[in-house]
Design a protein around this ligand. Structure first.
Ligand code: NAD
Length: 319
């Protein structure tokens, strides 16, 4: 299958491309290689995708003058849109990045698909769309969602726009609400990663909201399995009307459990300071019955196994 993956140099995108190449797909990766975090780390991830079936192009999905002819030329069977400005806190610093990539860019992907008759799209949404919902675990059928951050609002708007594209233009769409994805080659801006770097280097970590938060940490291999099962599902079913799935571990971990796990593994003390931040939700917790039923997906990696894999990789990595 010819598959276009946007955000291919990103954490999830690079793992996905690797898996798709192992499965003998032809993979077309694009990414704008922005400097939200270290660009050389993104290039390092791309280096791992060394295959004649992989091509990479530096394209910004908000730049329709480049995106549209590119998609017209390759005519993929499926687009997997992972390119986005990620991160909740950064949306206070640079809101425009979220409009450009997550709103305009997402719209360009849908329009390029419509114009080129690409009938299948899988896209990244986020657990953040649930906001501070009190009904846990979060279920896809929950009504009246009220996302808090601009990041969450951009992802929720993607889901609404996707629904309209599947209804009006007969494009099969699947939106995946990822819950705190972690693992090797992960995102340096995320708490588990930056805590690890700082605790290792005896630097002070900042703990938001006194650490009274929990996240449904989900290991990258399980997320890639969930995306792959979504590919099988979108291929086996006609006219998927913007089906939304939670991909989460169904087992939230508190901030302090995370910090203590890292400090025990590294055998280091923790030097910390507290800060309040109101863009952070208290808990994310996925109900995964729908993904189990429709996709046959069950996350297999425990927090301990996943963190051991991440921390071992981190201690081996050179840069
Ligand atoms: N990692 C998580 O815990 C998590 C949780 C929920 C949702 N998500 C979503 O999953 C997707 C992948 O996340 P990730 O963790 O791999 O993040 P990432 O930042 O590592 O990857 C995103 C990639 O997209 C690229 N990109 C950003 N804007 C672009 C644009 N306009 N055009 C082309 N490329 C662009 C970036 O350079 C980056 O390489 C994102 O949509 C993110 O919002 C991730």
């Amino acid at each position: 299958m010819k598959i276009l993956v946007t955000g291919a140099a990103g954490f999830i995108g690079s793992h996905l491309c690797k898996k798709l190449l192992d499965l003998d797909h032809d993979v077309f990766g694009i990414d704008n290689l922005n400097n939200y975090y270290d660009v050389s780390f993104k290039l390092l991830r791309l280096d791992r995708l060394n295959s004649s079936r992989f091509s990479f192009n530096e394209i910004d999905i908000s730049d329709n003058e480049k995106l549209l002819p590119y998609i017209s030329n390759i005519k993929p069977n499926l687009i997997i849109n992972l390119a986005a400005q990620a991160g909740v806190r950064y949306s206070l610093e640079n809101p425009k990045a979220y409009f450009d990539s997550n709103i305009v860019g997402f719209g360009n992907i849908l329009e390029s698909a419509r114009i080129n008759n690409v009938k299948k799209i899988i896209y990244a949404s986020s657990s953040s769309v649930y906001g501070n919902s009190k009904e846990i675990p979060f279920c896809e059928t929950l009504k009246g969602l009220s996302p808090i951050s601009l990041y969450a609002a951009s992802k929720f708007s993607n889901e609404l726009i996707a629904k309209s594209y599947s209804y009006n233009f007969g494009i099969s769409l699947i939106g995946l609400r990822f819950f705190t994805v972690y693992g090797e080659y992960g995102r340096p801006d995320m708490a588990y990663y930056s805590f690890t770097e700082k605790i290792k280097n005896d630097e002070q970590i900042t703990i938001y909201n006194k650490g009274k938060m929990s996240r449904d940490m989900t290991f990258i291999d399980d997320i890639i399995d969930g995306i792959n099962r979504s590919i099988i599902y979108i291929n086996d079913n006609e006219n998927i009307d913007n089906e939304i799935f939670n991909l989460g571990n169904n087992n939230p971990v508190s901030v302090w459990d995370l910090v203590n796990y890292i400090s025990n593994f590294l055998n280091k003390d923790v030097n910390y300071t507290y800060m309040d931040l109101n863009t952070e939700v208290d808990i994310t917790y996925a109900n995964i019955e729908k993904a189990k039923e429709y996709l046959g997906w069950i996350p297999k990696t425990t927090f301990e196994d996943g963190m051991n894999k991440f921390l071992s990789w981190h201690s081996r990595k050179k840069q």
